[in-house]
Every structure is written in C-alpha cells, then in structure tokens.
Design a protein around this ligand. Structure first.
Ligand code: NBX
Length: 812
C-alpha cells in the first residue's frame, strides 16, 4: 500500500445518513458524550470535527501531491492573521452545509445555534491581519503550495465594549472553550534563544557562536486552509511559547516560594500571551521584539526542516523557497537566515547573502512615519547579540554599494544606512527589509508610487527594478458568498452560474442587468432584507457606514463633523425634506491612543444626544455597535448603502474595507487615496462620490503653512459644528477634539469639510432617485472583480514569487 498516494484513507460519508453516522461516531468516540446529553456545544464541537475530517482528507492528498512534486513553496510570515469564523467557511469549502444542517437538527439544534458558538480567532488588528487571511485563502484556491506562519496568541485583539463613556477593553480569551479547528503538532517543537553573548570560532573570521542566556520552546499547531472549488488544503502554522521543563524551579517550590518557582516559566510563556493592540504605530517594547524573533526563529527552522525533507544542496534553497514578509514585523528573519547559514551551516558570507536576498520579499503597508519600525541598537544588542553583529555586517556591505554608486555622497549614506544615528542609535527595519530582499511592494498603485517617491526614494533610485505594486484584494468567498447569501444567489441566477465565486471578473456580466427593472427591484429588496437582519436602524433609511480602526488619518472626526452639521440643519428646519440616514460607526482604537478613544467617546455622546432629540431622531440615527471584528463586518457590509472612505489623501496605503463594501453594492464616498483610486477608475465617476484634496495638494497644504482656523472663520456651518462640539455640551472630550481640530488638524479635516459636506448633498440627491441609486449599486458590484484576492495572489505569483500551481489529484 502506497500511503503517499493517500490510499487507505477511511472513506468519509457523502450522503446525509453517512454524514449523520460520522457525526455520531465523533460524538461518542471523540467528544465522549451521548445523544441524550448532547448540549449545543457538544453539537458544535462534534460538527466541527466532522467537517474538519473532510478537509483533513483533502489535506492528506495535498501533502502527498506537494511531497511528490517537490515544488517551489511560498511561506507567508505574518505577526497577524484575522481568519474569521471557521465553521461556516469550512461548511462551504467542503460542500457539507446541507448535510450538516440535517445532522445537527437530529441532535435537536439548528445550524444557526451551533454557528453562534464558533468564535473567530482575533489574532490581528486590522487590514494587515485580514489581508494575510485573504491571501492564504486565495493561495489555496489557486493551488499554490504555501504555508502561513504566525503566532498563536492566547489573547487576541481585545473585546471592545462601547458605552456612553466610550471604549472599554476586555481580554479576548478566544480559545477558552478549546478550538476544534486546530491540530497541535508538538513533535515539530522548536527551541528559541534570547540574550546571552557571542564567541569567536577559532580559525574563522565570519562565523560566531551565539550562547543564548534564555531558551524558550515554540510549539506549533496548525489550522487548515482549504481552497475553494479545488482539492488543495494548505495550512496556517501558529507558534505558542512554552517554557522548558528546566524553567520550573523545584527547589523554590519545595521551599514554599510558589510564585518564584514558576517565574521563569511565566516569563517564557508571556511571549505568545497577547497580541499588541496597536495598529499603524510602533511602541518599541522588548516583549514585542521577542514575539517577532520568536515567530521568525521557529518558522525559519521549520522552513529549513521542510526543505531538507526533499533537498540537500543549499544552492537550491532560494529556488525552492520564497518567504514573504508581511510588513517589517518579521524582518529579523533576514539576519536570522544569515545566522543559520553562516554560523550553523558554515556557508561563506557572500554565498549566504546571495541565498538570503533571493529568498525574501517584503510588503510595506504604510506611509505613516510613526508606523515605520525602528528598534534601539541597545535593545537588539541585549536580546539578539549575534543578530546585531550580522546587521552591522549587512550594513557595511550595503553602504559600500551606495558609496560606489554615489561617490562622496555622505548625506545619502546617512539617509540610507540601516542604522539611524540620531537622536539615539536605532535599527531601521524597513531599510533592512529593502536591502535583504529581492522584491519590495506597496499595496495599491498610489501607495507604491508614493513609496518610490517619498519614504523609500533613495532605495528606488538605487534599485528601481526591485519596487513593485501589488494591489490588495479580498476573498469573495468570505466577503460576499458567505456574508451575503441573498445577493450571492441573485448574482448566480443573473449570471447563470456560480463561476464568479472563483473568477470574480465574471461579475462584469451584471452590467447589462443594471438596466433590467425587475432585477433592480430584487437587488433593492435584498439590500433592504439585509438591513432588517442587521437591525441597526430604519431599513428604508440611507445606511451610511464607516467601519475601520479608529485613527486620526482615517478621519472619523470628519464624518462626525458631517453628522453634527446634519443635526444642526434638521434642528433649524424640522419641516425640511430630509433624507433619513442611519450612520453606523464601528471599529476599535488602540488602548493607549487617547485621541482615537476621545473620538469614540464623543461619537457615543453625540449619538445619545441625537437619539434623545424628538425633532432630529426621525431623520438621523447614529449607531455604534461594540467589538468590530470579521464576524461583525460580515453582518454590516451586506446592509450598507454608503461606504465612507475619507482618509486624508496620501495616508491610507490601500484599504480593503472599501473593496468589501463596493463588492456588496455599497456606493463609496471617498478621497483619492489608496485603492479608492482604483475603485473609482473601475466603477466610473457616475458611480462614486469623489471629493477632497489629492495627495499632492494635501502635502502642499502642509508645506504652505496650513491654517485650520481660516476654514473655520470662512465657513459658517463648519464653525457651528466645531463650536457645538467645543461648547461643553459634549463634555471635556468635545472640547479636546474641537481644540485639536482648530489648533493643528494634522489630517486636514477642516480643509476637506466643505467638499465633503457638499458631496454628501449629492449623495442624498442620488439616493432620492431609487432607480438611479440601485443602478449605481449594481454597477459597483459589477466592477469589483479586480479586487478579488485571487487576482492579488496571481499577481504575486507571476511577478514576485514566480511560482506555479500544483494541482491535487481528486479522490479516487
Ligand atoms: O494594511 C493596513 C493599511 O492601513 C491599509 O491601508 C491596508 O489596506 C492594509 C492591508 O495592506 N495596515 C495595517 O493594518 N497595519 C497594521 O495592522 C499594523 C499592526 C501592527 C503594527 C503596525 C501596523 N505594529
């Protein structure tokens, strides 16, 4: 029997009876309970195992196919993954939705009861983490051999509770009840060193021995990542920190010093205890650097182990391996691979560098200077002494290249150095990432262009061919097929098949249906039904959503100024012909980001004031559901009419919420920023509400000495809105927000206010014409095909990874 062909696998049932049998056997043998005493949780756990088994069978065939072909692999290194709830996805990908519904019904539960118990692993902050999840979905869907590596944080992104006092944070113990979707793999445990010192190797000038002062174990577990409409099942492998046996101090325990006895073990396991809740800012904490190195060290050793299963020669490493760095968070992988090759495998420096540079690629996700990671030299020296030596060597070689290319240009050398000298010596991780990789990409056209022209201009001048754009994308499975079943069914009917779920450009076929009155009517009624389900406000009102992390650059404050203006207009003229609107905000703020938390609190206060006002509340409602996450996004997006994408131009790298909303037929009001530009180009000017300064005008305004007060002085409505916020009626927060806007207004909200509010007037005009609006809505969906992450992955595969699909043979 050839096990590698997958022969000998137990056949899993395909009929309802067989599925039921499998579920029962899991209930008895794996859950250890009985039909009579099965709770909803028993049903959930058992169903999850039954579905997982089907994917595990495909996984076995995938692994066999990959082993046999010894392919080039994509390894995606990311400190964050926002995978979303697993059950509904895996029912879809395994085609067992109906079997599952009838099987749990026989146990006395509905599929919805059971799905409510499926907790999403919130192992990320925002767009960067969700992008990682969409890319691994599409990698599997495109049959590309890939592994996503990450950290299995015990506590994910905090649970947010919104009250009138703003945001409070609670720990997110996401796996409290266990996680039926993961497979622990303790045998693939790795050992990670920290601290200590280095020693010379006699007879070698390049090699060193690193003697760590602390050892931590990394224990992997993996979750299955099925492809849609294919048999490929890849994995995401997540590392948990574990103390070694030796770290328990038995003698202290015996002496009654219980806390001291476990102190070292607690310290070790703290590494994967909690996700840092900061999005787009850098705190520079030692534990965070430890997390980064922990992820990198475990993953690289695992990658090398996998390489050696089928290969011997290091010259083949870069041919068989591409490692994509999701922002700079895993960049310490570059000196770590050098360390492994030079110190442990005894390769010459130049050969090791050639392999390393060819192996890595780097995706940048930001333009904000405060988001560019730098680490104090002293901290790296203490925590990773050998890595600092290697970074210095890399820098020395690199600066020689710069010097040779630009002789005498000391200023350029200072700017480009991996080491920043002033005000303290720090390692610039983005520079290290550019120097140590074969390709660098931004995540939308404008972003990639601004990277080349501003943040990384010196590097783009030195290595123009290294810089690329790969516009982000989203998984059509999760963000329309699963999230919006009604619309998906209508689209499938309209297009005469569901091929669009795997080939999203097929949505273009909806264009002609936008002219069909009965199709439009059904489209409209689906949007309305989705709003009824969401139950956020009157389903006939314009549902205006701004859902994203709270950050000043994203400009929730501008949206709030608009809300206050509407409020004041309605108050001044209660008999006016107002368009009823439900404004929905959702999103988390980093716990230490006071300005963002102030804004949440102010929005909550304004919402309450409006709700209590009998004159205004029939026309305007502001809602702020707590705890925005992937699961909540899947409920809000299908119900949205208007998508708010109003960041200051030049600040939002891409945005991906903008794509999800457009795909579900929301019309965007937005600036020329990030991927908005590409959405606008595709849906056309008639189907997009564009306003505001562009990136060059915005930069120019700052240079020319922007004065927010001038806008305040010259715009009566703006003045009234800011005065209302600052009046004291909304407490101290209102005052703080108003004075920040008047005093400095870092993100030019006041400069864009008039254009924005007037543009909202055009939104209302369009909304009053139901037919026109519905047509716009359909055309947004029709032109969203480009934004599939399947296209994103195809772009990476062709231009950066140079990998080909490896099809998995079907079950025989
Ligand atoms: O990455 C986001 C950008 O802001 C979006 O424009 C973009 O669409 C998305 C995907 O490319 N960046 C982001 O989410 N950053 C982080 O989450 C982040 C997390 C931790 C950290 C720095 C940034 N230390």
């Amino acid at each position: 029997m050839d096990l590698r062909q997958g022969i000998g696998l137990r056949k899993l049932g395909k009929t309802a009876d067989e599925f039921q049998q499998d579920l029962l056997s899991n209930l008895y043998y794996r859950r250890g309970t009985t039909v009579e005493s099965a709770s909803a949780r028993d049903a959930y756990e058992t169903l999850s195992l039954t579905v997982r088994d089907r994917l595990a069978e495909r996984r076995a065939r995938t692994a066999a196919a990959h082993y046999a072909s010894n392919p080039r692999w994509v390894y995606y290194l990311s400190a964050e993954y926002l995978l979303g709830a697993q059950l509904e996805q895996n029912l879809l990908y395994s085609g067992t939705g109906e079997l599952a519904a009838s099987a749990v019904k026989a146990l006395g539960f509905s599929l919805e009861d059971v799905e409510d118990l499926d907790v999403e692993p919130g192992l990320g902050n925002g767009g960067l983490g969700r992008l990682a999840a969409c890319l691994v979905d599409s990698l599997a869907t495109r049959d590309i051999p890939a592994v996503g590596y990450g950290i299995r944080y015990d506590l994910g992104i905090f649970r947010q509770v919104i009250t009138e006092n703003g945001q409070t944070e609670l720990p997110d113990d996401w796996a409290f009840h266990g996680n039926p979707w993961e497979f622990p793999a303790p045998d693939d445990r790795q050992t990670v060193g920290f601290y200590g010192h280095t020693e010379p190797v006699p007879g070698s000038t390049t090699r060193k021995v690193w003697v760590p002062g602390e050892i931590v174990l990394g224990e992997p577990s993996h979750m299955l990542v099925p492809g849609y409409g294919t048999d490929t099942v890849n994995i995401v492998r997540l590392w948990s920190a574990k103390a070694s046996e030796a770290s328990f101090d038995l003698s202290r325990f015996s002496a009654g010093q219980y806390a001291e006895a476990v102190q070292e073990a607690v310290r070790a396991e703290n590494i994967s205890k909690v996700l840092y809740p900061d999005d787009s800012t850098e705190l520079g904490r030692e534990l965070r650097l430890k997390q980064q190195y922990f992820l990198v060290s475990c993953s690289l050793r695992d990658i090398v182990r996998r390489f050696r299963l089928r290969n011997e020669n290091w010259d083949e490493f870069a041919e068989k391996t591409v490692i994509q760095l999701n922002d700079t968070h895993p960049t310490i992988a570059i000196p770590e691979l050098m360390r492994l090759l030079v110190d442990e495998y005894e390769l010459e420096w130049d050969r090791a560098w050639e392999i390393t540079r060819k192996t890595f690629a780097y995706t940048c996700h930001t333009l904000l200077p405060e988001a560019l990671e730098t680490w104090p030299v002293r901290l790296i020296e203490k925590l990773l002494p050998r890595h600092l030596e290697i970074i210095y060597l890399i820098n020395m070689h690199f600066l020689r290249t710069v010097g040779a290319r630009f002789p005498g240009d000391q200023e350029r050398v200072r700017r480009m150095s991996i080491i920043q000298e002033e005000p303290e010596r720090r390692v610039r991780m983005a520079h290290l990432a550019v120097v140590g990789t074969e390709a660098v990409n931004g995540v939308a056209e404008l972003h990639s262009k601004l990277l080349r022209e501003t943040v990384l201009d010196d590097f783009a001048e030195l290595w123009p061919a290294k810089f690329q754009n790969v516009t982000n994308g989203i998984s059509p499975r999760r963000f329309i097929r699963i999230a919006n079943p009604r619309l998906s069914d209508l689209i499938t009917e309209g297009l005469g098949g569901d091929g669009w779920v795997r080939d999203l450009e097929k949505l273009a076929g909806l264009e002609s249906l936008a002219d069909d009155a009965s199709f439009r009517e059904r489209w409209r009624s689906i949007k309305r039904a989705n709003k009824v389900d969401l139950a956020a406000g009157d389903p006939d009102s314009l549902t205006d959503v701004m859902i994203k992390r709270f950050h000043e650059y994203k400009r929730q404050q501008l949206k709030l100024l608009h809300v206050v203006t509407l409020y004041q207009r309605i108050r001044a003229n209660p008999a006016g012909d107002w368009v009823p609107r439900t404004v929905l905000f959702a999103g988390k703020a980093a716990p230490a980001y006071h300005a963002a938390k102030d804004l949440i609190r102010l929005i909550a206060t304004v919402a309450a004031t409006i709700a209590a006002d009998p004159v205004v509340s029939p026309y305007l409602k502001v809602v702020f559901p707590s705890n925005y996450n992937v699961t909540l996004a899947e409920k809000i997006i299908p119900a949205a009419d208007l998508s708010e994408q109003i960041s200051l131009a030049g600040k939002e790298a891409s945005g991906t919420g903008n794509m999800k909303l457009a795909l579900n037929g929301a019309v965007t009001i937005g600036t020329l920023d990030g991927a908005n530009i590409e959405i606008h180009a595709r849906v056309g000017d008639d189907n997009f509400f564009l306003f505001g300064l562009d990136a060059y005008e915005a930069a120019q305004a700052r240079i020319n000495g922007y004065q927010p007060r001038a806008f305040y002085d010259h715009d009566e409505e703006l003045r009234a809105a800011i005065d209302a916020l600052g009046s004291g009626a909304f407490g101290e927060v209102g005052h703080r927000v108003a004075s920040a806007l008047l005093g400095w207004d870092e993100y030019l909200a006041l400069a864009d206010y008039r254009a924005y509010v007037d543009c909202q007037g055009r939104v209302e005009e369009a909304w009053r014409d139901h037919d026109r609006w519905t047509r716009m809505s359909i055309l947004n969906t029709a032109h969203s095909g480009f934004f599939s992450s399947d296209r994103t992955v195809a772009d990476y595969a062709a231009r950066i990874w140079r990998v080909s699909p490896v099809p998995v043979p079907q079950e025989n």
